[in-house]
Design a protein around this ligand. Structure first.
Ligand SMILES: NC(=O)c1ccc[n+]([C@@H]2O[C@H](COP(=O)([O-])OP(=O)(O)OC[C@H]3O[C@@H](n4cnc5c(N)ncnc54)[C@H](OP(=O)(O)O)[C@@H]3O)[C@@H](O)[C@H]2O)c1
Length: 317
């Protein structure tokens, strides 16, 4: 059957926001077969991916499973590698990422795409604490030294953070949006659910062109003030910005975060890094992903497409 001749791409974290975008886009292109790695083959999202045509393989993103990953990557022409959210002080992200990359080399995968972020530790001389950035950058450094063709994607802040992690709340007749950035600071944002796939499809379609490259994925560059104004205009709801970027602001709206001081330090460190140094390095072309895919959603389009009106939602199942 002709489908057997299509290149096979293994996708780690296939049910994640990034992963499901990659799986769906690759399959919709009809140019690739997809092997989707997940902890639970029978979760609603895994079943949905299976229905789209993905081969589902059980593989948790955990340390000590190199052999399982080599088996899961066997026969793949490409692999999309990502690390799941890992809250500090847990420090498994860098070794996990290295394990995934080493397994891809051992399995003979042709090209890998790793979802990375900037090296905050190096850029700030160790003054800002954001291990979930730095650990990814360390994995990227490791991949750079491996005998395998590779590319990196670097996603902007997710719009979905406001939906699943920093959910708004009602006060009287007004919806308050506690946002982790200063009100007038313009930061890059993106919808991982729709923007990741088209970029990864482009890379796996032209691996030589993108070998060694880092591709930022951006949907909008927008301040919290503009986000809230747009939210009011699109939804017709009364809404106001609230500061969740200082320690006091953050803990006022999310007192539960105080249970993990490392996590609080990381959130504050990440935001300080973005504000003081820039979320992306200056050498990155922040227009590239929007030129590649003009359908990349800006914040207004994200609100209109999703119909989000301020409710808390989870993207797991
Ligand atoms: N939020 C942001 O603004 C932002 C921006 C750039 C980058 N990032 C990075 O993006 C990554 C998260 O991506 P995402 O939001 O697309 O993921 P996500 O939606 O939170 O999903 C993570 C997936 O990982 C899978 N998984 C497998 N093993 C796991 C394990 N041991 N622990 C937890 N999950 C496991 C789970 O799927 P199964 O249950 O099916 O296995 C889950 O669906 C993080 O590394 C984060 O730092 C985030």
């Amino acid at each position: 059957m002709s489908t057997d001749n299509k290149p096979l791409i293994a996708v780690t974290g296939a049910t994640s926001k990034q992963g499901r975008s990659v799986v769906a886009t690759l399959l919709e292109s009809q140019r690739f077969r997809v092997r989707a790695l997940t902890r639970r083959r029978d979760s609603p999202e895994a079943l949905r991916l299976e229905k789209l045509g993905a081969e589902i393989v059980a593989a948790p993103l955990e340390l000590g499973l190199q052999k399982e990953f080599v088996a899961a990557f066997k026969g793949a022409d490409g692999a999309f590698l990502m690390t799941p959210p890992i809250a500090p002080p847990e420090t498994t992200e860098a070794p996990l990422g290295r394990q995934l990359a080493d397994a891809a080399v051992e399995a003979g995968v042709g090209h890998i795409v790793f979802s990375t972020l900037e090296n905050v530790d190096k850029i700030t001389g160790g003054t800002k604490y954001a291990p979930h950035f730095t650990d990814k950058a360390r994995v990227a450094d490791h991949i750079g030294g491996l005998p395998i063709s590779h590319s990196f994607v670097m996603l902007a802040f997710f719009y979905t953070n406001l939906i699943e992690y920093y959910a708004p709340r009602m006060e009287g007749d007004t919806l308050l949006l506690p946002i982790y950035l200063p009100e007038d600071f313009r930061a890059p944002f993106v919808d991982p659910l729709t923007a990741t796939g088209p970029v990864v499809l482009e890379i796996f379609s032209n691996p030589e062109r993108y070998n060694g490259k880092t591709l930022p994925i951006v949907g909008d560059i927008i301040s919290p003030r503009e986000m809230v104004e747009t939210f009011r205009r699109v939804t017709g709801r009364k809404a106001e910005y609230r500061n969740a970027f200082t320690r006091d602001g953050l803990l006022r709206y999310f007192p539960e975060f105080a249970a993990n001081e490392f996590f609080v330090r990381e959130l504050l460190g990440m935001v300080e890094f973005a504000v003081e140094y820039g979320y992306f390095g200056k050498e990155q072309d922040l227009e590239w992903s929007r030129r590649l895919n003009p359908q990349t959603l800006n914040w207004e389009q994200f609100l209109r497409t999703t119909g989000w009106r301020g409710d808390k939602r989870s993207f797991g199942d």
